[in-house]
Design a protein. Structure first.
Length: 475
């Protein structure tokens, strides 16, 4: 008797990858039932393992799916009755497991997690780059078939690029030279906050010129400010940076509970306390709308997803926005060099700030520095957790964030429509691979970095809490 085993991953309707596990790197992943693709309902959700949410990790997820497929080809049993590794003895792709992720933004992922479609084959997990608020956790835990049976673990990490389109920007090669070369724009928290809030409206504003003394042709044009139009975790990371890097006069760039855009023309309300720090996933065009109007600034242009922002900036002169850094690379966008939190303490640049473009090395330095801060645990982060932005050190890139997966920890047959034990096992097995082999340089997509060792270890331990009908699928 001949068998064929299939594990099919679907990134979108247009990208479907067929996979057979020949073994997971650490060798301790759970087994997967032979009939994993046959869900209890027999519906058209047969074998699906799908989620939704953050677009920040999208390029990394696609890269993982592709690499995993290339190294675990379909089991061809033409000369053998037995496959090795995770075997699914089915005759067609329709009987395989199908892992999908639809994006939609962090806000969508969070609301879907406890929405009407929760814990079904098409909503088995969610992605978010934002820390869950008290209100969101309350809403999740009020749902009877979830309650406190969920966990939130980091899956990916990387830098956010501040991208701009200033055609022909030039700078002198030295203060005394007349020779020019292509320029890299320098920005800091004060100027970026000013641009988004409406305090800075022109590219040749004095504050921008002061950071770029060698640039010869900053235009007098209006800055075309672009932000996300959806509830976004990338925005959450970005506004976390704004709040931590803004000047004292900018009062955390409004990232606190006392900020009310329609009553403030110049950040006149201060945080209620030293711990009143509330970054937001809300669209910048909404968050700063009234303040920008009061200051005579034009409205922020909204685009959905990192994939909506990047091509718009690419085609729009004098624009500026923020994207996960691989989108800057993919669309060949200019990325600003961002001022570090710390100054050099020695050498020719002593007492001067460094200016860094987004790189893996800068992001790793930021995660390392942030990990040394007491009470900042990215596993099931509390509302007081702060993304690793504006970290100390002259080598720490200032805008870095984690992207989390929200996972149910007890799938119950009676309320998990279209989900069978094999699908839960399949999800855990893949995530275990993603948190082990997937974190090495071989499998990391451009712009993403490996999670710290302690974070990976704790995240994997959380996978072992996931149950099917009250019993752990990975004992």
């Amino acid at each position: 008797m001949k068998h064929k085993s299939r594990f099919k991953f679907a990134v979108t309707a247009a990208l479907t990858l067929s996979v057979m596990f020949s073994g997971v790197a650490n060798g301790t992943a759970p087994t997967i039932d032979a009939n994993a693709g046959n869900n209890p309902s027999g519906s058209d959700t047969e074998g699906k393992i799908e989620g939704s949410g953050a677009t920040f990790p999208w390029e990394q997820y696609k890269s993982w799916f592709t690499s995993f497929t290339d190294e675990n080809p379909l089991c061809n049993t033409s000369s053998s009755d037995t496959c090795t590794g995770y075997d699914f003895f089915h005759a067609s792709d329709a009987d395989g497991l199908i892992l999908g992720y639809s994006g939609g933004g962090s806000g969508t992922g969070e609301s879907n997690f406890y929405g009407a479609n929760r814990m079904t084959a098409t909503q088995m997990f969610s992605g978010t780059d934002g820390v869950l608020t008290t209100a969101t956790r309350t809403a999740i835990e009020a749902v009877t078939n979830i309650g406190t049976d969920y966990t939130v673990i980091p899956a990916a990490a990387g830098p956010i690029a501040v991208v701009y389109n200033l055609p022909g920007l030039k700078q002198k090669i030295s203060a005394t030279s007349t020779t020019t070369t292509a320029a890299t724009l320098r920005l800091n928290g004060e100027t970026i906050c000013g641009i988004y809030s409406g305090q800075i409206k022109k590219w040749n504003n004095a504050a921008i010129k002061a950071l770029n003394p060698l640039v010869t042709n900053l235009p007098s044009s209006d800055i075309k400010v672009v932000g996300r139009s959806d509830s976004s975790g990338t925005t959450f990371i970005f506004t976390s940076y704004l709040g931590k890097s803004a000047t004292a006069a900018q009062n955390q760039c409004g990232m606190h509970s006392a900020f009310t855009s329609n009553t403030e023309a110049n950040f006149n309300d201060a945080p209620a306390s030293a711990t009143d720090f509330v970054p937001t996933k809300v669209q910048p065009g909404t968050y700063f709308a009234a303040m920008r109007t009061a200051l005579g600034a034009t409205a922020i242009v909204g685009k959905s997803g990192n994939g909506g922002i990047a091509p718009y900036v690419k085609s729009t002169a004098n624009s500026i926005s923020y994207v996960e850094s691989s989108y800057a690379t993919k669309y060949v966008l200019s990325s600003a060099a961002i001022e570090t939190k710390s100054k050099f303490t020695s050498g020719t640049n002593k007492n001067k700030f460094n200016y860094l473009k987004p790189t893996s090395a800068g992001a790793v330095a930021a995660l390392t520095a942030a990990a040394a801060v007491a009470g900042q645990d990215p596993i099931n982060p509390t509302v007081s957790y702060i993304q690793p932005v504006f970290a100390t050190g002259t080598s720490s890139y200032p805008i870095v964030g984690y992207s989390w997966l929200m996972l149910y920890t007890n799938f119950v047959p009676a309320t998990s429509t279209g989900v069978g034990k094999g699908q839960v096992q399949g999800l855990v097995a893949f995530l275990n691979w993603a948190l082990t082999s997937g974190q090495t340089s071989t499998y990391l997509a451009p712009g993403f970095i490996s999670l710290p060792s302690s974070v990976k270890t704790t995240a994997i331990a959380q996978l072992k809490t996931i149950k099917w009908d009250g019993t752990a699928v990975w004992p």
